[in-house]
Write a protein that binds this ligand. Structure first.
Ligand code: ADP
Ligand code: SF4
Length: 651
């Protein structure tokens, strides 16, 4: 949320401090207008006018006794500077990392001097804002300090290039400058990516990563170590386990007497304790686990382990960064809403009336509505047609790599089981008559959605023409375990994870699978969750045939016709079963029937989650939570949340 939503940031971080985190850090904070990532929204420390916004965050963090940390960063050849229009600069003259027609120029000695001063000035501003810990940031392959370290980015022939000693020089100088400037009262931490996960060609824990730590061992007050790039550091649960960075960072503690912190999507207290006991790190770091549950430390401290709302490793939070909107979280619907809606992750207003609620459907939307209404003290009944709660989450968690997603249901099921005022009925597929007979004051329909087989979606506004003998199966049928006849053609006009996962699942079963998409690459939206490259690599390695930039125009009994999205030129592919992954349709018949027959018997009838409009699991959880928050409260006029507008200049 960075510099655009300062009060949202302050409140969100204050809540984390309240939840027991010992230190609460900012995101990367740009140290100068000459290196800015406009488009994305980072923190800013450009000049003194940025101090009040950061000071507000520090104040909220200090109120709860935690320390506040800041990560000043110069993004160099990683940022296009589209707002300031300054020419980016880095160790060497190169095109910048983003796919933009911009080159960075090589820094000369005057630039290096100015760069060192930028860091010092930013550190002084950070101290003025009240921060207790100020970072020197060489993580993620995103900052100039890390770019200097890399022999693949730094081909200088002066004392800042060539040998590793030379490439480390600038990092050492900035560390010493910062200590000199603010080190008397403020801790100076270093964040270093000790392994780029590129093998011997890059910075590696077994080679240069280790040597850098050896060279700077006692200089910083705190070592914060990770792997780079960001897609490796914040890998999803589909591709990595909790603690996945351990093998790369575990050497650091043996080389320094200073405290070491690391990350690894830690949500299990046992794993955290073992990290400390084994001497891998002294302090447990977390971004995503603290987003999913800002109160994780307090729950550990109080022995309420079952109450931890564990991160599922989906990176919906990360997508907010790429799409430049405030952060959302699948598990924590209050994330980003702390200030603007006044939502607290642990507290909710007590019920405003004694009305009872019947919820039909125990997917993420229904479960979250039941949990939060139950927390408010309402009498809630939740009826679920299936044998278990969780809806789509239970089904999708069986897809390759998604087992952690079941935590969305597990957390809520456990919470609801503790509540005497919430009753869950399984194997209870309700009809409209049964719902009305039940006699609840309010009825919530959370019956979800199903994948459509028509082919209608973003590319095809009308159903794809199909022969009567064509064999078409939906993702729901595949997920229910039905066997398609090969060869299989999957058509991805959805662009998120489902088509790629079905391709992976069916290929692993030995099927001949072709994946067709109008996009240029596989599971295109997963660029925003930093998974795209891994997904496509995996499918290619498994032998899934990929046909990008094509639409499906006809489905026959033994073949499908494809058309190039540019030239419309067609060709045919053999096809025994066609699986369209294009759109989902709300299952809202029950809602329509009750609407038509209730005759004023109910105080309210409401659709939530995918039954209202199919979306992400995060959207379904949010929908259920929002319903519970607003239940019985007076409706708000106008924009239902606070906004922070830019201060208007006087002239
Ligand atoms: P959402 O993501 O909106 O929570 P899901 O599809 O995950 O939606 O969950 C919907 C749940 O509703 C499923 O578990 C399904 O079994 C259940 N359901 C659908 N129709 C009925 C019904 N008539 N009675 C009870 N449960 C139903
Ligand atoms: Fe974890 Fe997903 Fe929430 Fe991010 S959005 S914190 S990955 S559960």
């Amino acid at each position: 949320m960075g510099h655009q939503y300062p009060s949202s940031v302050a409140e969100m971080r204050g809540v984390k401090a309240e939840g027991g985190w010992g230190v609460v850090n900012t995101e990367e904070a740009e140290i100068s207008y000459t290196s800015e990532l406009s488009g994305a929204i980072e923190g800013r420390l450009w000049d003194d006018s940025d101090i009040p916004a950061l000071a507000k965050m520090v104040d909220r963090v200090h109120r709860h006794g935690a320390l506040a940390g800041i990560e000043p960063a110069h993004l160099g050849a990683g940022a296009a500077n589209n707002y300031s229009r300054e020419i980016p600069m880095g160790p060497s003259a190169r095109p910048i990392d983003a796919f933009e027609p911009v080159h960075a120029r090589a820094m000369d000695k005057a630039d290096i001097k100015a760069f060192r001063k930028m860091h010092v000035d930013a550190a002084i501003r950070a101290k003025k804002a009240g921060f207790d810990i100020v970072y020197v940031y060489a993580g993620h392959d995103m900052t100039t300090l890390m770019h200097f370290l890399s022999h693949t980015r730094n081909d200088r022939i002066d004392e800042y290039g060539g040998s590793l000693e030379n490439r480390v020089r600038l990092l050492r100088e900035v560390l010493m400058d910062t200590k000199e400037a603010i080190g008397d009262t403020t801790a100076v931490a270093i964040r270093l990516a000790v392994d780029e996960m590129k093998g011997a060609g890059g910075i590696a824990a077994s080679a240069e990563g280790r040597e850098i730590v050896e060279m700077l061992a006692e200089l910083p007050d705190l070592w914060d170590v990770n792997v780079s790039g960001w897609e490796n550091d914040s890998a999803t649960s589909r591709f990595s386990e909790e603690g996945y960075q351990t093998e790369y960072i575990s050497f650091v503690k043996s080389l320094t007497s200073k405290p070491v912190v690391g990350v690894g999507r830690f949500t299990s207290p046992d794993t955290m304790v073992s990290m400390i006991r084994k001497g891998v790190m002294d302090l447990i770091g977390a971004a995503r686990p603290s987003i999913a549950d800002p109160f994780l430390p307090k729950k550990v401290y109080e022995g309420r382990i079952e109450d931890i709302r564990e991160c599922i490793g989906c990176n919906i939070c990360v997508s907010g960064d790429f799409l430049a909107h405030p952060m959302r979280c699948t598990q924590n619907p209050t994330m980003g809403e702390e200030w603007r809606r006044g939502w607290h992750p642990e507290h909710i207003a007590k019920k405003a009336n004694d009305d009872s609620v019947l919820i039909v459907g125990a997917g993420p939307a229904g479960l979250e509505a039941a949990r939060a209404l139950g927390q408010r003290g309402h009498k809630v009944t939740i009826a679920e047609a299936g044998d278990a709660v969780g809806g789509r989450v239970v089904i999708e968690a069986r897809l390759p790599g998604l087992s952690a997603w079941k935590r969305v249901a597990d957390y809520r099921e456990y919470q609801i089981n503790q509540m005497v005022n919430v009753d869950v009925y399984l194997q209870s597929s309700l009809t409209a008559a049964q719902v009305l007979e039940f006699g609840a004051d309010h009825v919530v329909i959370a019956t979800g959605s199903r994948w459509s087989t028509s082919g209608i979606g973003r590319t095809n506004r009308l159903a794809i023409a199909a022969d009567a003998a064509a064999k078409i199966m939906s993702p729901d049928e595949i997920n229910a375990g039905q066997s398609p006849a090969g060869p299989i053609v999957i058509f991805d006009d959805d662009y998120y994870y489902m088509a790629g996962l079905i391709a992976e699942k069916l290929r692993a079963q030995g099927h001949d699978v072709t994946y067709v998409t109008p996009a240029a690459d596989v599971s295109h939206w997963t660029h925003h969750t930093m998974e795209q490259e891994r997904i496509q690599t995996k499918l290619m390695q498994m032998g899934v045939k990929i046909v990008p930039l094509h639409n499906v125009t006809h489905i026959g009994a033994e073949s499908v016709e494809l058309a190039c999205v540019y030239t419309q030129k067609t060709h045919k592919l053999p096809c025994g079963t066609f699986i369209p992954v294009t759109m989902r349709s709300a299952i809202d018949t029950l809602y329509q029937e009750i609407s038509a027959s209730s005759g004023g018997a109910l105080k309210s009838l409401t659709r939530i989650g995918d039954c209202l409009a199919p979306g992400t699991i995060a959207a379904a959880v949010y929908s259920g939570h929002k319903y519970a928050r607003e239940f019985g409260e007076p409706p708000r006029e106008g924009v239902p949340f606070r906004r922070e507008l830019p201060a208007l200049a006087k002239d």
